[in-house]
Design a protein around this ligand. Sequence first.
Ligand SMILES: *[C@@H]1O[C@H](CO)[C@@H](O)[C@H](O)[C@H]1NC(C)=O
Ligand SMILES: *[C@@H]1O[C@H](CO)[C@@H](O)[C@H](O)[C@H]1NC(C)=O
Ligand SMILES: *[C@@H]1O[C@H](CO)[C@@H](O)[C@H](O)[C@H]1NC(C)=O
Ligand SMILES: *[C@@H]1O[C@H](CO)[C@@H](O)[C@H](O)[C@H]1NC(C)=O
Length: 405
Amino acid sequence: TTFDKQYRRKRGPYSLPTDLTPDERQELDRIQRRKQELLADIQRLKDEIAEVTNEIENLGSTEERKNMQKNKQVAMGRKKFNMDPKKGIQFLIENELLKHTCEDIAQFLYKGEGLNKTAIGDYLGERDDFNIQVLHAFVELHEFMDLNLVQALRQFLWSFRLPGEAQKIDRMMEAFAQRYCQCNPGVFESTDTCYVLSFAIIMLNTSLHNPNVKDKPGVERFIAMNRGINDGGDLPEDLLRNLYDSIKNEPFKIPEDDGNDLTHTFFNPDREGWLLKLGGRVKTWKRRWFILTDNCLYYFEYTTDKEPRGIIPLENLSIREVDDSKKPNCFELYIPDNKDQVIKACKTEADGRVVEGNHTVYRISAPTPEEKEEWMKCIKAAISRDPFYEMLAARKKKVSSTKRH
Ligand SMILES: *[C@@H]1O[C@H](CO)[C@@H](O)[C@H](O)[C@H]1NC(C)=O
Ligand SMILES: *[C@@H]1O[C@H](CO)[C@@H](O)[C@H](O)[C@H]1NC(C)=O
Ligand SMILES: *[C@@H]1O[C@H](CO)[C@@H](O)[C@H](O)[C@H]1NC(C)=O
Ligand SMILES: *[C@@H]1O[C@H](CO)[C@@H](O)[C@H](O)[C@H]1NC(C)=O
């Protein structure tokens, strides 16, 4: 029929021709079967590929999930560490993100990724035997070979924030000096020499760069100050000049610098300026030029006076903030646990006689709140005879007297 013809034509090559010989028909059947087989093969392969792809995808996502979870825990560990270093480390160990060895922990602190440097300093400063081992492993990670002492100190003091406590600083700087000498044999006679010079350099940094320190030593004085510290001998002048220039050209940076640098931790900073002082006998306020030095407070009538009007030794005194109805920004020097005892001090009368002071307290008013803060900080540092100061002094004595006899 016409319909059949059109239908066959439309189906073209797929239609089964009716006018084939039996051989041709057989051949055609064979081809058709082969085609079915191939199609089946292709389907099988497709299925297999789909399965494998699926497997790969699943594999990736579990790995990813694991990784993500691990990263989350590490981030949490860092946060914990910044709040409480010991707890943070414990958390990381419990979750198998850190091995419980001083080398691993030291490495973690040395990399310092996401860690607060104050917290690193706190952890390294702990007195615990284990923490001390971590401190040593941490210092070992620093490479100081062929660095001069200033360069090495820059690197070291940047890797964590030195805590304020004298004993901790002593342990850390001792470890530093040992490592420096190990990396640079032959530069110093002893670790103590390296230790003492390190502090001379930190002090120099403060003298040269802290605007409150008026007295800026020149290189000659720096060299003179370090005479005899190499086990009784002198260090090469070139070396000291280099170190001096390096600090002069670029101050030490310390992390988390909150302005409370090592000045107030170790050294009795000198300070001078105008303050008002309330009289002992006659309660009037007098403007005086005050100088804080050698653990004494001197006051002068004029900045150019050679002789002070009064001297107040700070030994055994305390300082406190007070409110005064007449003057702003007041503080007071007083004897703790004492009501009527007069503070040991002296002053010069108008006629030139030197007499004992008659103060149970010294009340002083600063021109601004900032100056009051700064004076109080400096006086406090001068009063609290820092144990570190004595430790350093003892070492200095040791390194400068070794070969004298
Ligand atoms: C690090 O910790 C100290 C002390 O807890 C804090 O004063 C300081 O702001 C912290 N620094 C940063 C960058 O969070
Ligand atoms: C060096 O001096 C600068 C300026 O006073 C101070 O900011 C910095 O903390 C000092 N560095 C050290 C290590 O004392
Ligand atoms: C400080 O106190 C000690 C011990 O009480 C005493 O020996 C010393 O003389 C006092 N110094 C001054 C200046 O008062
Ligand atoms: C010290 O002041 C008190 C009163 O505050 C007075 O009684 C005493 O005589 C004064 N002493 C001297 C040595 O001026």
